[in-house]
Design a protein around this ligand. Sequence first.
Ligand SMILES: NC(=O)c1ccc[n+]([C@@H]2O[C@H](COP(=O)([O-])OP(=O)(O)OC[C@H]3O[C@@H](n4cnc5c(N)ncnc54)[C@H](OP(=O)(O)O)[C@@H]3O)[C@@H](O)[C@H]2O)c1
Length: 327
Amino acid sequence: MNYRKFGQTGWNVSEIGFGAWAIGADWGNVSENDAMAALNTAIDKGVNFIDTADVYGDGRSERLVAQLIKSRSEKIYVATKAGRRLDPHTSDGYNRQNLTSFIERSLKNLAVDTIDLLQLHCPPTQVYYNPEVFQILDDLVQAGKIQYYGVSVEKVEEAIKAIEFPGVQSVQIIFNIFRTRPAELFFDLAKKRKVAVLARVPLASGLLTGKMSSESKFTDDDHRNYNRKGQSFDVGETFSGIDFDTGLIAVEEIKTLLPKGMTMAQFALRWTLMFDAVTLAIPGAKNSKQAAENAGASDLPPISSDTMDQLDFIYKRLIKEKVHQRW
Ligand SMILES: NC(=O)c1ccc[n+]([C@@H]2O[C@H](COP(=O)([O-])OP(=O)(O)OC[C@H]3O[C@@H](n4cnc5c(N)ncnc54)[C@H](OP(=O)(O)O)[C@@H]3O)[C@@H](O)[C@H]2O)c1
């Protein structure tokens, strides 16, 4: 496992982290045994960064992560998120009282005195125009409730606005072979500002692993079933916002470029690591096998520039028009 500097925090984090949404909920049933095995395998393979949120399984994911960090001696950085408990999810809900109570709840779930990294959880765009929110976060740092804070965003424009606030240490954004726009302008700005970048949904919700087909079925409690059209949250979070059939066609072409010695999941993850602005990718994993395979992507050789160009060509030909200007 290779490690990269996490913005200005002084942390060295594994370039493959662990996305802990699926072990919380919304991806079909994941048993506690499988979830703990996935987490432990990731740590065994050198992963030292976990991304979770207070709403993943209404705290289940945070509590599983708490079990893990209690049982392991390695330093594990845990990033959680706040904001999505708001109902309705409006910008004026991002106030001192609510943020403080969300953070107190996460501290309890994670069983820690200080949260390593607290991320605003894809707040409405208006939040980035309200400096008071960032003042509240600065105060929570001062109070020792959180060590650092960052943001998770839907749109490139939100990322660019968010890093104007000097306290923002990290930006989490969807970045994968089907979602390349962050690399155009934002990555240079993030590098200049020395902000950490977390590439989320790096497998396009599993589509880029190459295991899916038009026959693939997803259970009722899996967002790849119930959020196909964005019925519950931003459609960009499900298969990266690309319609399933188009995604399948593009994946078949990507398969023809797969370098020897890696799996499709590893190819997709290695692709995100080709960009030096990316601090780490945070693939989700539901079992030990997936966690091991994903962590293994770090040790693979870089993708050739010729293959990178061909992937870009597939994106431009099949995907770009459908997603590029939406996020
Ligand atoms: N708003 C936000 O801030 C936000 C939104 C989305 C995600 N995130 C974060 O980003 C993380 C990653 O995104 P994601 O989990 O949505 O999507 P992802 O990482 O693109 O896909 C994860 C899913 O792909 C499948 N998979 C993973 N590794 C595999 C492998 N090696 N082989 C075959 N299948 C594999 C698993 O589902 P199956 O086995 O069921 O196919 C897994 O749940 C999340 O866990 C979460 O921490 C944050």
